[in-house]
Structure formats: C-alpha cells, structure tokens
Design a binder for this molecule. Structure first.
Ligand SMILES: Cc1ncc(COP(=O)(O)O)c(C=O)c1O
Length: 342
C-alpha cells in the first residue's frame, strides 16, 4: 500500500482492536441492550462531559440524529458555510428532516456571534423557526482548524439566549482537545448535543457517538431507529471503538506534528504553497500555484508515484495524517511531489 493521505478514515483496526473484537461480550442491542455498546456509550458520554451517548454507524448519522432530535419540518438551522452537515451529508437535513439551512462565513471555517445573532429569525409567522445552531470542531474544509473558545462560547451564548440549542459536530473534537489542551467537556459545555467519530483519527474501523442529556437522548433514540441506525450485536464494533477512545487520543499530537511537517516540506517546492503555521491539527492544506495545473491533476500524478491525496478545491490539496502512516511516508511524499512539480 502506498502512502495514503486522503483521510484519517483509511486506518485499519490495530491488533488490540482486533483482539477486543474477538473477546467482546455482545447481545441484541435493540431487544436487550448490548453490554459492550453500553460500556462504550458510558465511556464516550463521560469523555464528552454529557449525561448519555448513543452509538451510531457513522459521523453523518450522528449529526443527522441530532438534527432530527432538535427540529421539526420547516425549521431552519444555522451553520457555517462549509460545515460538513450541509456540505457533505447529501442534503440530508432537507431530505430527512425537511429543514432549510442558513449558512454563514467563509472558507476559514469561522462565523461570528454577531452574524449568528443577525441570522436568527424573529418569532414571526412568516419566518421559519430557527431551531438549531450547528458548530464544527475541528473544521474540516477550513483545514482542521480549531475554532477559538471565545467564538464557540459567544455563538453558544447568543443561541441559548434566544432559547435555541447548539449542536457541535465534533467528528474531530479529539484533535481539537489535543491541539488546544482544553478538555472535551470544556468545549461541550457550550453545546446541547455533540457528535464524535471513533473512526477518524482515533482509528476505530466503524462508528460514532452522539451525546447529550437524557431528554435529548430519548428523542435521539427515536430518530436513530427511524434512520435504521440501531444495530444488533454492535458490541463487536463498540469493542474496537472503546480501544480507540482509551488508547488513541494522546497520540494525535504525533499526527499534528506530521501534518506540520507535510506543510513545511511541500511548501518549499516550487509551484506548491503551504503555511505550516496554519496547520493546527492533522490536516495540511496545500495550494497548487502553477498556470494550467489543477489540484486534481497533481493528485493524479502523485498517485502514479504511490501517494494518495484528495483535491478539496480547484487548486487545493488536502493532506490528512493518521496513525497508519508508516515511517518514511512523508519523505516519500516529498520526493513524489518534487518529481511531479519538476
Ligand atoms: C466534520 C465532519 N463531520 C462529520 C463527518 C461524517 O463522518 P462519516 O464519514 O463517518 O459519515 C465528517 C467526515 O469526514 C467530518 O469531517
């Protein structure tokens, strides 16, 4: 296998995860509760500083369960312009829940509390109801940036001041925790529900959780059921996810250092631009700056050199680091990029 920088979702389960899967005690989670799923849900809820958590198959479902639990058809949600929830979930907010979306801000992943306040609908029969404000941490399209605590808390205060709940898409919240040194619970105190992917930087093969208080979880369970996300002997998956949460949070710092190294090395190559000081977590965005050469073409050429990467815009490549990169993969990437750009 070549060096794969497409996503932190490409990792294979570790030996410890495979052993945990073999030994997992399981049951029918729908009929009786699966003991290993229950353990994961308790551990994830504790880590996230929330009362309860639900295990679901994907980050998309975790977010969509939250949207469904907080809203009614015809409502409006406010989120960042490039939020995963509206950009990369197949239009699910509209298709599944009959929601419309008000999106704010730009490519930097930010939106201000003032913008959110202005976007909130008045209590007026002609307007949709603003039912939810969604935040994303870290912000994927913006390049894994950590949205500063002052902004998170200010947006949350504006929403809650108007009685509107806040959902945090924390697919990569663990990366934000490690990069900022701020514990998960200090972030999630500003959100009424939060999702967390175990299958991204944490390395589990499958699964996410969505967490909140008991009343939220009661509603979320109905939505999960409706979406077909209540799995049976899911303890096999939860067992690997428990290992991911217990063992793989701290080591994300290695991925972050590696992503900075990617930006440093590629930024030195003629025709590529990258600023290591902008790399906050495990994502390095690199701009292709050469006339007539697109990011997609560079990705294709890198592929011929055994390096996989995704184009995230006409001129932008996204490199994601993760625990399955081998020693020497960044060196291999640099050499491949030098050959491609020469
Ligand atoms: C910020 C964010 N939220 C949610 C998801 C969805 O996760 P999944 O691919 O498991 O549905 C992703 C996936 O990349 C993501 O980056």
């Amino acid at each position: 296998m070549g060096a794969d920088f497409r996503s932190d979702t490409v990792t294979r389960p570790s030996a410890a995860m495979r052993a945990a899967i073999l030994e997992a005690e399981v049951g029918d989670d729908v009929l009786d509760g699966d003991p290993t799923v229950r353990l994961l849900e308790e551990e994830a809820a504790a880590w996230l500083g929330k009362e309860r958590a639900l295990f679901v198959p994907s980050g998309t479902m975790a977010n969509q369960v939250a949207l469904g639990a907080w809203t009614r058809p015809g409502d409006e949600i406010i989120c960042q312009r490039w939020a995963h929830v509206t950009t990369y979930e197949g239009g699910a907010a509209g298709f599944l829940h009959g929601l419309q979306s008000m999106t704010l801000g730009g490519r930097d992943g930010r939106m201000s509390a003032a913008e959110v306040e202005e976007a909130m609908r008045p209590d007026f029969i002609h307007c949709p109801k603003t039912a939810l404000v969604c935040l994303e941490q870290t912000h994927n399209v913006a390049g894994g940036v950590v949205v500063p605590m002052e902004e998170v808390s200010a947006i949350s205060a504006v929403a809650r001041g108007r009685g509107v709940p806040v959902h945090l898409d924390g697919a990569r919240l663990a990366n934000a925790v490690v990069a900022s040194g701020i514990p998960a619970a200090d972030w999630t105190v500003h959100a009424d529900s939060v999702s967390l992917c175990l299958s991204k930087g944490l390395g589990a093969p499958v699964g996410s959780v969505v967490a909140g208080d008991a009343a939220f979880i009661e509603r979320a369970m109905r939505v999960r059921k409706r979406l077909g996300g209540w799995m049976r002997q899911a303890g096999l998956l939860a067992a690997a996810a428990r290992v991911a949460l217990a063992e793989n949070v701290g080591r994300l710092a290695l991925d972050h250092a590696l992503a900075r190294e990617v930006a440093e090395r590629l930024g030195r190559i003629d025709g590529l631009e990258a600023d290591p000081s902008l790399v906050a977590t495990n994502i390095a965005m690199v701009t292709v700056d050469r006339e007539g050469l697109s990011a997609a073409r560079v990705a294709e050429l890198l592929g011929e050199h055994g390096v996989q990467v995704m184009a995230m815009g006409p001129q932008v490549l996204r490199f994601v680091t993760h625990l399955d990169l081998a020693a020497g993969d960044v060196q291999r990437l640099e050499e491949a990029a030098q050959a491609v750009m020469a």
